[in-house]
Design a protein around this ligand. Structure first.
Ligand code: SF4
Length: 940
C-alpha cells in the first residue's frame, strides 16, 4: 500500500485516505478536497475492509460536507444558555470551558464525583475515547462514563468474555471466503453492513456450494441470498440455538474431541437443552421442524461455519444469553479457530471496538481490563499515575439517564451522540435532560434533538476533519485522517476533553494529560495493552500509515493476528473455553391483549442512526422518503387501515402518530419502524400536550441483566387507526443554500400538530438559475385546522407568499390551496415549484409527482386549485428510487424487465447493462434480485 496522505500545496485538489464514519465494517475512503472544502469521496482500493467499494451511505459522504450543508447544520462556535429555556448566546472557548469546569467542580464538591456523568459515543476516535475515560475514572474519580455503544454491542462483549474469556471477535472478513455455511442471525446485513454483504454475495458466486442460513423475524433484503430462511418469533433466539444443540446431540453432530480438549461446562449445557425438543422449539419460535433441523444440520456438518450477528441478538433483555447460546453452538461443533469458522459479532458503529479497547464503558478499564478486578484497577492506576481508580461500577447508559431523571446525577457531559433521539424510553431521557442542573453537549451538528436541552454547546470536529484511529469489526485498526481544517471554531473531541480536564486538575502536580497530538494519546493507550489479549505494542502510527493492522500485534511481530484461537487455547485461567447454560426467557414485556403487537426497530438501507449526517442528503431519501410504521397486510385489513392511513402507536411509555405501510417482510402481530425517525423528522403532540419524541417514545429501557443493553427489538404496542379531520401537505423546491435552514424552521412548527413529518428529496434537475436545489416535503394532520397565521407562515417559508402564487381558499369548508408555477426558460413549459394543500389533500399523489419529477404542469394549472383526487390528465410517476447511485426507479426497472428474457441471472445482467442500477455501490442488489425473481415468477 502506498504511503498516505497525498497532500499538494495551495488549493490544488488533494486526496487523503481515511475511513467511513458510519458502520463497523470500517471501509477505507479517499477524501477529495480543494483548500478547505471536501469535494468528493471514493473507496480506498487498498483498504482491506472494502478494497475500493463503498455503499450508498459511504459513497455520498462528501455531500454531507458541502459548504451549503456545513453553513446550515454545523456548530461553529461555543454557545451558552444564560438560563434554562433561554436563548443560546455565543461565548469564547475560554469562557465556555471555565464555566463548564467551575460548574462541574462545584457539583463534585457538593455532591461527590458520582453526581456527574459522561455519555460518549462509538463515533469517537480511540484517542478521544481514551482521554474521556481517563478524565472520568482517573481525574474526577467516577466510573460514570458510558457510551451509545452500550445500545449497540455490550451484549456481544459480555457474550465473548463469558465463553471465550476475552472480548475479541475471533474471526475476520476473509473467513467469508473460507466458510461452507454462513449463519446470519439477528442482522439485516444487506442494510446494516452493506459492503460485507457484497463480500458474501461474491463468496456465494464463486462458491455455489456455500450455504447461507438467515434467522430473523423480518424477511429483510438479507433473506434474498439465503438458502434457508428461519422466520423465528421476536426474542426467541436462545430457544432456537438451544433447540439446534438438542438436535446436534441427538444426531451425533457435535465434536466430542474438541469439547473434551478445549472446553468446560458441557454437561450442564447438555442437561439444559434436553428439554428443548423440536416440539418445544417450533412452538416457541414459530418455525417448522424442517427449518430447525436444516439449520442445525447446515451449522454443524459444514466444514466451516461462520456466524454473523448484530443487534437482533444484542438489543435484547436476553442479549448476553443469545450471544452465549450461539457461541455454545460453535464450541460444541468445533466451528471456531479455523478458516471460515467462528462467532463473528458485527459492530454497529465505526469505533465501538475502539471504545471497548480503551475501556470507555462504565464497567470496563483500559485494554479489556475489568473494573471489578482489584489487580486491573491497580495496573491502570499505576499506568495513569493516580492513587486509585474507583471500584464501584459506574452507571450504564440507561442507568445514567434514570439517575439524572431521579436527581442523583446533576451534571451530564454528552459527546458526539444524540440521546434525545437514540435512547429508549424518551420520556425518561427527556426528564433527565431537563432535571440535570447542567448539560454540556459536545457536538458537530446544531440540528440534533439533544441541542435543545444543552446549557452549553461545544462545537466539535467531525469526519474529514479529525486525526486518530478507529477499529472495525474484525479488530483492524485504521488511521483516520483530516482532509480539511476545522470549520469555524470547532475543536477536536480529545482537545475539548483535555482542555476541560486541565482546568479541573489541581495545580502544582504534573498533568495527567500531557498530550500534544492524537499520536501521543495513542502511545499511552498502546502501552496499556502490553501483555493483554489485544496487545498492540508491536504497532505504531507509522505502521498504520502504511496499512491498517489487526490486533493483537505484540512487540517483535510485524503482522496482526488474522484469526484467533487457532491453537485451541482460550484466554481463560485454564485455557479452555466455557459453555454457558442459560435457559430461554421470553421478552421483558410480552404481548398482551391491551398491547397485542411486537414493535421492533432497525435500520433503513440509506440512513444512519439519528440522521444528523445522512439526513442532510436529499438523495438518501429516494429509497424511503418518509417515516412509516410497517405492518403485515392481514393485520392492516383486520384493523381496516390502508397504506398511508395515520395510526396511533402506543406503548406503556408513550405514543406517536405515523402513517402505516403494508410490508410482507413481517409476520403477523409484528410491526416495524426504522430507528432513525426521531423528533427531527417525525413529531407531533399527544392529547396530553406532550411533544412526541419519535420512535423511541415507544421503546423500552428494559435491559439485559448482564450487559445492561436495552431491548430495542421488542416493545409491546397497540396500533389504532387515527383519522384526523384536517390534513396538510406542502412541498417545495428550495435553493440548496436555504433548504436545511427552512427545514429547521418547519421542524419548529411540527409539535403544534397531532402528527407532522418533514423530509428532503432531490432530483437531478437544477433550479432556474442553474443551481442545485433540494425539495422539502412537509406533512401535518390534526383534529382541527390551525389558524390562518400558521398556514401563512408555512407558505412564507416555502416561498408561497408572493403575488405570483395562485390560490384558492374556502374558509367555511376549511380548504386552502396555493401553487407556484415557473416557466422553464429552455422548454417554455410551466413547472410546479411549490404547493400547499390544506384541508382536502386527496390530490397529494399526482400533485407531488408533478413537482418532484419536474413534469410540465401547464395542463394542470386550474386543477391544482381544484385539487381533486384524479388529475385531468394522467400523471406518470417516475416511481420510487431503488438505485441511489444512478437514480433508477422501480418504474424504470419494471418497464425494462418487461422486455427481458432468459433466466434470473440473465435478466439481472440485462437490467444492469441497460440501466446501470446496482453496478456501483451494490446496495440495491438484493432488491433488484427480488424484483427480477418476482417478475420471472409472474412470467412463468
Ligand atoms: Fe461506510 Fe457503507 Fe462501508 Fe459501512 S459498509 S463503513 S456505511 S461504506
Amino acid at each position: 500500500m502506498t504511503v498516505i496522505p497525498i497532500h499538494a500545496a495551495g488549493a490544488a485538489p488533494v486526496e487523503t485516505r481515511s475511513t467511513c464514519p458510519y458502520c463497523g465494517v470500517g471501509c477505507g475512503v479517499v477524501i477529495q478536497s480543494t483548500g478547505a472544502q471536501i469535494t468528493g469521496v471514493r473507496g480506498d482500493p487498498d483498504h482491506p475492509a472494502n478494497y475500493g467499494r463503498l455503499c450508498s451511505k459511504g459513497s455520498t459522504l462528501h455531500l454531507s460536507a458541502t459548504a451549503d450543508v456545513t453553513q446550515q447544520t454545523r456548530l461553529l462556535f461555543p454557545q451558552q444558555r444564560a438560563e434554562r429555556g433561554g436563548h443560546l448566546q455565543r461565548v469564547t472557548w475560554d469562557a465556555a470551558l471555565d464555566h463548564a469546569s467551575s460548574t462541574f467542580a462545584r457539583i463534585i464538591q457538593e455532591h461527590g464525583p458520582d453526581a456527574v456523568g459522561f455519555y460518549v459515543s462509538g463515533q469517537l476516535l480511540t484517542e478521544d475515547y481514551y482521554v474521556f475515560n481517563k478524565l472520568a475514572k482517573g481525574l474526577i474519580g467516577t466510573n460514570n462514563i458510558d457510551t451509545n455503544s452500550r445500545l449497540c454491542m455490550s451484549s456481544a462483549v459480555v457474550g465473548y468474555k463469558k465463553t471465550l474469556g476475552a472480548d475479541a471477535p475471533p474471526a475476520c472478513y476473509d473467513d467469508i471466503n473460507h466458510a461452507q455455511t454462513v449463519f446470519i442471525v439477528g442482522s439485516n446485513t444487506a442494510y446494516a453492513h452493506p459492503i460485507l454483504f457484497r463480500r458474501i454475495e461474491d463468496a456465494k458466486k464463486s462458491n455455489p456450494a456455500l450455504k447461507i442460513v438467515f434467522c430473523d423475524p423480518r424477511k429483510t433484503d438479507t433473506a434474498e441470498i439465503a438458502d434457508l430462511y428461519v422466520p423465528l418469533q421476536p426474542g426467541t433466539d436462545v430457544m432456537l440455538f438451544n433447540g439446534m444443540l438438542h438436535l446436534m446431540l441427538w444426531e451425533g453432530w457435535t465434536d466430542a474431541a474438541f469439547i473434551a480438549a478445549h472446553t468446560n461446562g458441557f454437561d450442564a449445557l447438555k442437561a439444559l437443552v434436553r428439554d428443548c425438543t423440536p416440539d418445544v422449539v417450533t412452538q416457541t419460535c414459530g418455525i417448522s421442524k424442517e427449518a430447525l433441523f436444516e439449520a442445525a444440520r447446515l451449522f454443524a456438518t459444514s466444514k466451516a461455519t461462520l456466524s454473523l450477528y448484530c443487534q437482533g441478538l444484542n438489543q435484547s433483555s436476553s442479549g448476553t444469553a443469545k450471544n452465549t447460546a450461539l457461541i455454545n453452538l460453535h464450541l460444541a461443533t468445533g466451528q471456531i479457530g479455523k478458516p471460515g469458522a467462528g462467532p463473528f459479532s458485527l459492530t454497529g458503529q465505526p469505533n465501538a471496538m475502539g471504545g471497548r479497547e480503551v475501556g470507555g464503558l462504565a464497567n470496563l478499564l483500559s485494554a479489556h481490563r475489568d473494573l471489578s478486578n482489584p489487580a486491573h484497577r491497580a495496573e491502570v492506576a499505576a499506568l495513569w499515575g493516580v492513587d486509585e481508580v474507583p471500584s464501584t461500577s459506574g452507571k450504564t447508559a440507561v442507568e445514567m439517564f434514570q439517575a439524572a431523571a431521579d436527581g442523583e446525577i446533576k451534571a451530564l457531559w454528552i459527546a458526539c451522540t444524540n440521546p434525545a433521539q437514540s435512547m429508549p424510553n424518551q420520556a425518561t431521557v427527556r426528564r433527565a435532560l431537563q432535571r440535570a442542573e447542567f448539560v454540556v453537549l459536545q457536538e458537530a451538528f446544531a440540528t440534533t434533538a439533544t441541542c435543545a436541552y444543552a446549557d452549553l454547546l461545544l462545537p466539535a470536529t467531525t469526519w474529514g476533519e479529525k486525526e486518530g484511529t478507529v477499529t472495525n469489526s474484525e479488530r483492524c485498526i485504521s488511521r483516520v485522517r483530516a482532509a480539511v481544517s476545522a470549520p469555524g471554531q470547532a475543536r477536536h473531541d480529545w482537545q475539548i476533553a483535555l482542555d476541560f480536564a486541565k482546568r479541573l486538575e489541581p495545580t502544582g502536580r504534573p498533568t495527567l494529560f500531557p498530550y500534544a497530538t492524537p499520536e501521543s494519546i495513542w502511545l499511552e493507550h498502546r502501552e496499556s495493552t502490553r501483555g493483554r489479549d489485544l496487545d498492540i505494542t508491536g504497532m505504531s502510527y507509522a505502521m498504520l500509515e502504511a496499512a491498517p493492522q489487526q490486533w493483537p500485534l505484540p512487540g517483535g511481530q510485524t503482522l496482526g493476528k488474522v484469526r484467533l484461537y487457532e491453537d485451541g487455547v482460550f484466554p481463560t485461567p485454564d485455557g479452555r473455553a466455557r459453555f454457558c447454560a442459560t435457559a430461554y426467557k421470553p421478552v421483558a414485556e410480552p404481548r398482551e391483549s391491551r398491547f397485542p403487537f411486537s414493535l421492533s426497530t432497525g435500520r433503513l438501507r440509506d440512513q444512519w442512526h439519528g440522521m444528523s449526517r445522512t439526513g442532510t442528503i436529499g438523495r438518501l431519501f429516494g429509497h424511503v422518503a418518509e417515516p412509516a410504521l410497517q405492518m403485515h397486510p392481514q393485520d392492516m385489513s383486520r384493523r381496516q387501515v390502508a397504506d398511508g392511513d395515520l395510526v396511533q402507536v402506543t406503548s406503556k411509555r408513550g405514543s406517536i402518530v405515523v402513517p402505516v405501510q403494508a410490508s410482507a417482510e413481517l409476520g403477523l402481530n409484528h410491526v416495524f419502524m426504522a430507528m432513525h425517525w426521531g423528533e427531527e423528522f417525525l413529531s407531533g403532540q399527544s392529547a396530553q400536550g406532550q411533544r412526541m419524541a419519535g420512535v423511541n417514545a415507544l421503546t423500552t429501557s428494559a435491559y439485559c441483566p448482564d450487559s445492561k443493553q436495552p431491548e430495542f427489538k421488542h416493545a409491546a404496542v397497540k396500533v389504532i387507526k387515527s383519522p384526523m379531520d384536517w390534513s396538510l401537505l406542502a412541498v417545495a423546491w428550495l435553493p440548496n443554500a436555504a433548504a436545511l435552514t427552512t427545514r429547521t424552521q418547519l421542524q419548529a412548527l411540527m409539535a403544534q400538530f397531532a402528527f407532522a413529518s418533514c423530509t428532503p428529496f432531490v432530483n437531478d434537475a437544477l433550479d432556474a438559475g442553474g443551481m442545485p436545489r433540494t425539495g422539502l416535503l412537509f406533512r401535518a394532520a390534526d383534529h382541527t385546522a390551525p389558524n390562518d397565521a400558521v398556514l401563512e407562515h408555512i407558505e412564507t417559508l416555502l416561498h408561497l407568499g408572493g403575488p405570483e402564487v395562485v390560490r384558492y381558499a374556502d374558509k367555511k369548508k376549511g380548504q386552502r390551496r396555493a401553487a407556484l408555477l415557473q416557466r422553464d426558460a429552455t422548454t417554455g413549459d410551466a413547472r410546479l415549484q411549490a404547493f400547499l394543500l390544506s384541508g382536502d389533500t386527496s390530490a397529494q399523489s399526482w400533485v407531488t409527482t408533478l413537482l418532484k419529477d419536474g413534469l410540465a404542469a401547464q395542463a394542470y394549472s386550474r386543477a391544482l386549485l381544484v385539487a381533486s383526487a384524479k388529475p385531468p390528465v394522467a400523471v406518470a410517476s417516475r416511481g420510487k428510487v431503488v438505485c441511489t447511485c444512478f437514480n433508477v426507479t422501480d418504474v424504470q426497472i419494471d418497464t425494462h424487465l418487461a422486455t427481458c428474457g432468459g433466466d434470473i441471472n440473465a435478466r439481472l445482467a440485462d437490467l444492469q447493462d441497460a440501466l446501470k442500477c446496482g453496478t456501483n455501490c451494490g446496495s440495491c442488489l438484493p432488491e433488484l434480485r427480488r424484483t427480477v425473481q418476482a417478475t420471472s415468477m409472474a412470467i412463468a
